[in-house]
Ligand binder design. Structure first.
Ligand SMILES: [Zn+2]
Length: 309
């Protein structure tokens, strides 16, 4: 069994993802806003997309759901009819409006296994950015050790083993966090309150071990870490994360195959560097002038600062 994740750069700074079962050659597309890019990624990986997951209703995540299903149907001779490709998405988005193309509406705690694959998943409802935002957790994803800062996790680092091609890998849970949690930050609160976002982020931290690979919905990591450094200027963890991301991304432009990605990050690093996961730290409360304030108050002040940063 081997599950692999391919980030698919989409639009101007979005990440869609291909989750492939390398044994059965079936795959899930996550937030495929540009179907052509997702189909190219699947062809390159030698897999067939048999399911679509969508984290939330915003078009830069959901606009490709129906077109991708139609394209997959055409490819199998279905002439635009359903190819039996399920679109799994929130059933609790704002005012009950479904995410485009949804065929399987899910709520908090929904879980399943993608037919014909070893891709087992569960959903965590994370309101804040949107009312119905869902994060997806997949167990036992194989990540090349070179793609993640294994040493940066310190004592929480997962064991490094050998992959099918003889490369060094780690096998870890993966979080597809959409716009609820970014590396170094979180999404704007379009629908929800700071208290809701706090609860959502607290739940992610509580549910996932430090050695969880985090695949988020946008490449905002450098800007987010600049903000994190403004919040906690003395943090050596933030400085180290910023150094790593600068080295990993390189100079090639977005969409160029030579450009690196900051994803995946680690939950265990995020709790040390991401200010939105650190609202109970006195340094963070002081940075927003809310010393002694409750965590939701700090979250609100932090989010307002970031919105104009
Ligand atoms: Zn969004």
């Amino acid at each position: 069994m081997a599950l692999r994740v391919t980030p698919v750069p989409t639009l101007s700074d979005n990440y869609a993802y291909l989750i492939s079962d390398t044994i059965t050659r079936k795959a899930v597309a996550v937030d495929p806003a540009q179907p052509a890019r997702m189909l190219a990624a699947a062809a390159a990986a030698g897999v067939t997309i048999t399911e679509v997951w969508c984290t939330h209703r915003h078009p830069d995540h959901s606009a490709g759901n129906e077109a991708l299903v139609a394209a997959l149907a055409r490819a199998t001779g279905g002439a635009g009819t359903s190819a039996g490709v399920a679109v799994v998405a929130s059933g609790v988005e704002r005012d009950g409006v479904p995410v485009p193309g949804t065929t399987v509406s899910i709520r908090d705690g929904a879980a399943g296994r993608v037919a014909g694959t070893a891709i087992g998943w569960e959903a965590i409802h994370t309101p804040g950015h949107t009312d119905g935002h869902m994060c997806f957790v997949v167990r036992d994803v194989t990540v090349p050790a070179a793609a993640v800062d294994v040493d940066g996790l310190g004592a929480d680092a997962p064991p490094v083993t050998v992959g099918e091609a003889g490369e060094a890998v780690v096998v870890v849970p993966a979080l597809f966090s959409g716009d609820a949690l970014f590396l170094g930050g979180c999404g704007r609160l379009f629908d929800g309150t700071p208290a809701e976002a706090l609860t959502s982020l607290d739940r992610l931290v509580a549910a996932l071990p430090p050695a969880t690979a985090v695949y988020c919905g946008h490449e905002y990591t450098q800007t987010n870490l600049r903000f994190a450094a403004a919040v906690e200027p003395r943090s050596t963890a933030v400085a180290a994360a910023a150094d790593r991301v600068r080295a990993v991304l390189g100079d090639a432009p977005w969409g160029d195959a030579r450009r690196g990605t900051s994803v995946p990050g680690w939950m265990g690093v995020e709790v040390d560097v991401n200010p939105f996961l650190r609202v109970r730290e006195p340094t963070v409360a002081a940075a927003v002038g809310k010393e002694g304030g409750d965590a939701a108050t700090v979250m609100g002040a932090l989010r307002r600062w970031k919105d104009r940063f």
